[in-house]
Write a new protein. Sequence first.
Lengths: 413, 964, 95
Amino acid sequence: MPYRLLRFGLSRKHPEPPMFRRHAALRGSYDAVIIGAGGHGLASAYYLARDHGMRNVAVLEKGYIGGGNTGRNTTIIRSNYLTPEGVKFYDESVRLWQDLSEDFDLNLFYSTRGHFTLAHTDAAMRTMRWRAEVNKHFGVRSEAVDADFVKRMIPMIDITCAHHAPIVGALYHAPGAIARHDAVAWGYGRGADRRGVEIHQQTEVTGIRTQGGKVAGVETSRGFIATPKVLCAVAGYTPRILDMVGLRTPIYIHPLQAMVSEPVKPWLDPIIVSGSLHVYVSQTARGELVMGASLDPYELHQARSTLDFVEGLSAHMLDMFPFLGEVKINRQWAGLADMTPDFAPIMGVTPLEGFYLDAGWGTWGFKATPVCGKTMSHTVATGRNHPLIEGFTIDRFSRYMLTGEKGAASVGH
Amino acid sequence: MMYRMESHPAEWIVRSAPLVFTFEGREVRGYEGDTISSALAGAGLPFLARSFKYHRPRSILSFANHDSNLLFQVDGVPNVRGDVVPLRAGMQVTAVNTFGGLAADKARILDRLARFLPVGFYYKAFHSRRHFPRWERLFRAITGLGVVSLDAPRQSTPKRYAFCDVLVIGAGRSGLAAALAASEAGAAVTLVDEGARPGGASAGSTGIQELVDAVQGAPRIQVLTGTEAAACYADLWVALVDNTRLTKMRARAVVLATGVIEQPAVFRNNDLPGVMLASAARSLVLRHRVAPGRRVVIVAANLEAYETCMILVAQGVSVAAIVDLRPERDADPQEPAVQDCASHGIELLRGSAPYAAVAGSDGVVAGLDVAPFDVVNGADAARVRRLECDAVLMSIGWAAAAQLLYHAGGRTRFDDGLQQFIPEEVPDGMFVAGRVNGVFEPQGRLADGRRAGLLAAAHAGFGSAAAVPAVVPRSGRRPSHAFPIVDHPQAKNFVDFDEDLQVRDLENAVQEGFDSSELLKRYSTVGMGPSQGKHSHLNALRVLARARRLGPGELGLTTARPMYHPVPIKLLAGRSFHVERRTPVDADHAAQGAVWMPAGNWRRPEYYARAGESREQSIAAEVAAVRSSLGLIDVGTLGKIEIYGPQAGLFLDRAYTGRFSDLRVGMTRYGLMVDESGVVVDDGVVARLAPEAYYFTTTTGGSATVFRELLRLNALWGLDCALVNVTGHRAGFNFAGPRSREVLQSLCDIDLGEAAFPYLGVREARVAGVPARLMRVGFVGELGYEIHVAAGSACAVWRALLAAGQPHGIRPFGVEAQRVLRLEKGHLIVGQDTDGLTDPLEANAAWAVSMKKPYFVGQRSLRILKARGPRQLLVGIEIDDPARIPRECHLVIQDGDIAGRVTSIVRSATLGKAIGLAMVVPALAATGTRLTIRGDGGEPIAAAVVPTPFYDPRGERQKAPGAA
Amino acid sequence: MKILVCPLNGPRPVSEFAYGGSVRASPDPGSCTDAEWSDYVFNRAGSPGIKREWWCHIASGYWFIVERDTLRDVVLATFPADAARKGFIPPVPAP
């Protein structure tokens, strides 16, 4: 029984302190500065404070907490990736996710629903089997299943997809889950704030000062901060920050759109993804269908919405679920996806000493929030890449050692 | 309690056409012209819905689709907007989200538990890892509104494209004026309004009918009522939605005359049935002759309250009092409308606010407690007085309906005088007029509309902008109250009716640190319900501003995004066209029993089913026919490109890894394409027809992208050559088997002898009288000819080949047999045996790469990759026990680690073995290496690395077999 | 949807076009270092700004160069493809 709710009824004043403080001023220096108060930045701050004793940390956010991609994604959490590096990394994330609500004492609505990546061709099915085999090798629960299984578990789906792209099977990933995306930022933020980390909203980084090949400090809209360590965790804004330190990466920015329906009573339990139809959909605890599709086709640094996105996604939704015609689309929005050529992130140390990068999160960043925080905090605290992120170094491209995740990103390309 | 009044000539309902429907299982009567809500209200039902969170009884609030108090389940359709959806006979209507029906809703206990369920309560509990799944099931059951019918049929609704010079959105006073002005300037105008009739919120007011008549008589104005502008996208692309279709409108200029959205006053129990917006009462009375109650009290803060009061009185509604939040000096005491009200015996209270509405035993409002009020001190609870009433109308102000402006990237600023956000930055080609622009006086709205219409027309190229007055002054008086919010210690003063959020919920959220508009919205969910904050964002902002001690303008509103009103998926989906490409011989394949498979956006026969044969038997027979005698396959889905010009060979040298400028005329060569990073992207066969003419193929799936990229390279390099995509123009067949030469000779007009037409040659000839290109390629490892003809002649040639092959036991063969045959030769399939990172060195295709060329795409990267060394190598494998073979993508395991995977596998009848290809780590690539493959269920399967080709390793059968 | 003005076909909806990425000047693969080459192959100038890009009108197979503000999504100018000929262009070998 939720006895904790009693205190709300029994006290006259609302008995909840602020989750994050507003600080009047920036200090002149910090032991580390994190750029970006999204899930990744705040998670890194949290683990820095909790596990590495680094509390003299400032997180700088030019907008509001969680206002970037953390607040815009379609909240799918899974570890059914293709490469060993990816599987181990995301599996650790799923492990961390499962205890996160209790760790935070904040309900993240982390809901394990089961995740289907539908295959409509033999070629797609092959890739599903490949992913299943790699997953199983590392103890991650995934199976290549046939069309009968899909129909049994999702009885309302049109297995023929309007006779246009019949489903031949799927990759079924039982641990697939969704969560309340904003709450993750709040949970990490509160946890970091409580441990002494300063979160400064409406504070924009305008420059990064270096000296002798090392980071010396950060210029902001509210003054200069001296610091030896900077972690850049700004997703779609990464190239702009990297320009400040002259670092080049393969990252390219395209908008990624999403849309949500009105709330309806629950009918969809699992999370459904179709690579052929370029659709992903889940139903939130509020009853809304959250839906996404492929990346927008050209570079743009503006989170604008288009009509052809909702048209195409709506048509494909009806291919799978023909009865949904009367359900209404309430809202559409977009985020800026920082894409990489191998659909794997860019994490860890960089050629600039003291400058750490957490970027290249494309369409796969939200699920990695906890493991990113854990590995990046280790990296920032020790100055060395955490073992789990060794496949994601910034120099892998120059060595032609790309990580082959393109077959596992749900629909990005 | 609401009730139906007697007839009036201007009413919209048709008294002679009563309609019977059911609500919550009981029969109710209404009229044609009613909406669902107006019929229910007219029938005197005390309340019509339960609120989302606390399940409080609710009835009409805005009657304008601005709130979602009244969503119904109608004939299996969820979330039907009762306020605006026309009533039809026989409708079966129920409330949404009740447990046990509307009246006896078991969840109404949540209202009593409200103080234990404050803002964000669900974040503070229920999250033990063990118990959350159970709580979540409960949450899912009680959230969600309507019910989806899982067996509803798919509805396919056609869409429409429309074009106009000037699109005017909103047919109220200023919209009508704008449309007239633009059409007078010569523009083709489309005027849209979501209401059933033009006139907007001003319908029935002085002068509106004349404007409507003028618009309907004007030559170039198309009026679309019942049509919502749901969203405005880049380049003035507007989604217009009516109840039958989506119209995609491209306008040269847009006038936003979308008006304002009336806002509720916030006081305790402001959500009771019988408490509604004054504009709702006005529409109900004028259109549907439904009175809000028998003894009405109006909560006021503007002149419009008094004007509405007089309209209602004229219609026969009895108004007892007007409670004006403003002090007397600000309450327009000299205005005629105010004096009219006084002279009608209506009690006018000034500087007073509603402190709490009081419910009667039927749940409908029965009284309004009022108290002296000022903005600084709030309401004086010690001097509360009760006014008896059964309806409370709120007329305290508006919010701009500027959502479309935000969609298009415009910006607003807060005007303290107007207490409204007004346009500050308007995108090019868009013009804002009327109350949404802060102009409230009727004459001003006409002038503002005219101004915007002329500017829009000029932007679209009609008339001149020079003579148009730049700005029409905004309202001098204040139509909206700055803080129509009354605190109450027992709360239930609702700011958001969709989400059941009270003032203290928002204050508590601010206390918890969610103190910007965005954070407040996301934590409290204010404005996240189906009406997207149309009547809650502004009051929420005022509460936030008070808590932060800042002005609303400094904090700003959250962004509006499409859609303005939610749009059904079926209208957005439309008819959903699916493209499928078919070769010219498609019908013949079907007649031959083809079992189809998708290949890119084509369909191809996987195999041909024959009576008495299983799938495996048919495929085996097709393979056997090719190896022993003769087979025919349609390869017309391959990309086919011609390139002409003096530098055609040089172009191919640069675009492919191989060398083609030295290819002899009349010969072919395998072509492998890599990208700039050295990764294999496509392959095909290149034939040289003449010194300056080549013909080459691509994979089925790659043809469009490869062709496009070749065009780009040609544009970049500017070589003297030209490319033509003939994929759809030409059919292609492969006629393969030891008998192929002899049988083809009987149909062919050139000498097919070994000397005249050697292996890898290309010739032009006639086959069955049809001009054809013939190529001798490796393909399936038998003597064979690839025959390309014009698509129009494809069937004739196909049939001729089959007929000629009949005596030799020819079988048409499909993609699966082709796969088996090619795999027996160790040929790789791009995209199956290679992945997104495979380079030619890894793919056992270094022989196709001519590194000595001066330049080709990917060359430099290949040098780097060669130095780096392969990460994996493609090898041939043979499975020890053909009875237990792995599947594609089963992993090769070495010392507990992943060491590779099977990419292709087949049980080869020809060889009597199970063979395939695998990508393995270089350490395991040596011929003879033993491999362990992990099969289904984790079972180990033993295999060995063997050389390829498996079948006819020296290629003698395809090159020059012995005499047939 | 958004309109793109094709130099050949006039204003067309953007869905009729394929985007080919930014115009990037190649170093001379014959003489550059591995680092310079991999930088060209993989790295991008990812920040918003005014960029020259490859665009193709799909139905006509016509490639051209667009100068576009990638922050505001505003096209400033279009050019024929030879405007992309900067950096290394493979030389034509002597006959």
